[in-house]
Design a protein around this ligand. Structure first.
Ligand SMILES: Nc1ncnc2c1ncn2[C@@H]1O[C@H](COP(=O)(O)OP(=O)(O)OP(=O)(O)O)[C@@H](O)[C@H]1O
Ligand SMILES: [Mg+2]
Length: 233
């Protein structure tokens, strides 16, 4: 499969504080890659670089064969990079459907429509007129995923989908995601839930204190290797 995105020696800073130290990463089209790692390992920081929310050198990120590091977020969205952010960030005063429609603002050509999102998450169709905040945490997460899909992205980036959700809801969300990725969506999953991350990805990266401590095939990497990379002990 063709390579969609690659980072080379990607470093990132918050002022004087260095959060990432030379991350080498790649993802191929139609692949799902998981990024795991402890609190503060730099997972969200890495995603902020990919989505243009944090500055980085142009050559550090290649997208579809072109150097795009440091491009503004709106340009990367137009290129087809969509993110489901940590904490969902829905518009509280808007309905479910209005939140979904906002995702279509920078819409590319593609299969995702309101109908497709409702087919994927039937609970949202029934609640489409309700305020987004009237929904359960799991349903709000579905709205956040649906909003990202409405842009018809080429790369769907999810930050901690399972955070704070009950196991049954997590399973339901990952089932929907599996449906999308089996139809060819390329996806980066950041997860604290190592089991979910392994089960739903082909390759994984484990970050530790801003560095890649482990990378490999998700099915062949052992839990022992992962815990070593996770905690560094
Ligand atoms: N806005 C910020 N300003 C300064 N430092 C920050 C900022 N955001 C994150 N950091 C620091 O950068 C490092 C990496 O944080 P990051 O949020 O990327 O980790 P993470 O792997 O996503 O963790 P979590 O699992 O808690 O979401 C941490 O040391 C964190 O304290
Ligand atoms: Mg994070």
């Amino acid at each position: 499969m063709a390579e969609l995105l690659r980072t080379r020696a990607l470093s990132a800073f918050y002022g004087d504080f260095q959060a990432l130290f030379g991350i080498d990463f790649f993802i191929e089209e139609a692949q799902t890659v998981a990024i795991i790692g402890a609190n503060g390992a730099g997972k969200s920081t890495f995603l902020k670089c990919l989505t243009g929310l944090l500055p980085c050198p142009k050559e550090a990120i290649t997208w579809d064969g072109r150097a795009v590091g440091g491009n503004p977020a709106h340009r990367l969205v137009a290129e087809g990079i969509a993110m489901v952010p940590e904490g969902r960030r829905l518009f509280a005063s808007l309905s479910v459907e209005e939140n979904l429609v906002i995702g279509a603002h920078t819409r590319r050509h593609g299969p995702f429509t309101l109908e497709r999102v409702y087919a994927l998450f039937p609970a949202l169709r029934e609640r489409r007129r309700l305020a987004a905040t009237a929904l359960s945490g799991g349903q709000q997460q579905m709205v956040a995923i649906g909003r990202a899909l409405m842009a018809n992205p080429r790369l769907l980036i999810c930050d901690e989908l399972s955070l704070g959700l009950a196991p049954l809801v997590i399973a339901e969300i990952y089932e929907a995601l599996a449906k999308i990725t089996s139809e060819g969506m390329t996806s980066i999953l950041v997860e604290q839930d190592v089991a979910a991350a392994r089960a739903h990805s082909q390759r994984l990266y484990c970050f530790q204190e801003g560095r890649v401590a482990l990378t490999g095939s998700s099915s062949e990497t052992t839990m022992e290797q992962i815990s070593l990379a996770y905690f560094g002990v």
